[in-house]
Every structure is written in C-alpha cells, then in structure tokens.
Ligand binder design. Structure first.
Ligand code: RB5
Length: 144
C-alpha cells in the first residue's frame, strides 16, 4: 500500500496528524507538501497530487485544504482523477465502492483528526464494485 498526500496551508496540520497515524501503523506514504503553515495556493497542490496519482505509482491520494473543496476541484481537472470530497465514513466507503475514487479530499478546518482517521480507514477497507464500471467509463468519455 502506497499513499500520496498533499495539502495547502489550510490542510497542513491535519496532514501532519494523518502522517503521524500512518507512521504509527507503518503505512507508507509520500508527502508532496506543503511543508509549513505559510500561505500557498491549493491549485498547485491539487495538480501535483493529481499528476502523482495518475502516474500509477500510488494506490490512492489524500488531498487536503481548509474545506477540501478547492483542492478536490483542482485535482479533478487532471485527466483520470476521481477526487471525492468526503466528510464521513459512509461517503468515504461509497466513494470507493461506487466511484472508484483515486483521491479522497478532506478539510483541515472542518474535519477532526479522529474523523479523518475513521474516514481513511473506511476508504482503505472498501472495494470498488464492478457493477459501477459502466458509469466510470462514461466519466472517462466526458474527458475525451
Ligand atoms: C485557503 O484559505 C482556503 O481557501 C483553502 O484552504 C480551501 O479551503 C479552499 O477551498
């Protein structure tokens, strides 16, 4: 399992807390930044994590900004990205089962550490349901 994670300043603190959780569980990840609380622009990190996931080097990505909204919008501009903004365990599970999301987006100012971990665990425990593939194919057609 290899995970890529990125945030703007609004998601920085939660990103660091998620990394500490991964360290405690010996889960591997790559951190694409940002690396401080200094103000940065979420589109820069949305495109970075989108490109990283599309490269095929990672199982999935975790993108964070203040709300998760901006960085998910930005990441979804990269062809092949299916970034899902999820706020609870149920939407996290469904994002995998129905949408085969390859990035989950979280809000650093809207989601607690405990909730974020529950969301990530739920997403990682879920499996894509192949009966939804036709709909994913239609999304791919929109991109063409
Ligand atoms: C930055 O202040 C904030 O706008 C950003 O983190 C994010 O919430 C945007 O959607």
């Amino acid at each position: 399992m290899s995970i890529v994670i990125a945030s703007d300043h609004g998601g920085f603190e939660l990103k660091e807390q998620i990394k500490a959780y991964f360290d405690s569980k010996k889960i591997e990840y790559v951190d694409l930044g940002t690396h401080s609380r200094d103000s940065v622009d979420y589109p820069d990190f949305g495109s970075k994590i989108g490109e990283a996931v599309i490269s095929g080097s990672y199982d999935f990505g975790i993108a964070l900004c203040g709300t998760g909204i901006g960085i998910s919008i930005a990441a979804n501009k990269i062809k092949g990205v299916r970034a899902a903004l999820v706020y609870d365990e149920n939407t996290a599970r469904l994002a995998k089962e129905h949408n085969n999301a390859n990035i989950i987006a979280l809000g650093g100012r809207t989601t607690t550490r405990e909730k974020a971990i529950a969301i990530i665990d739920s997403f990682m425990g879920a499996t894509f349901e192949a009966r939804h593939q036709t709909r994913i194919n239609k999304i791919n057609q929109i991109e063409e």
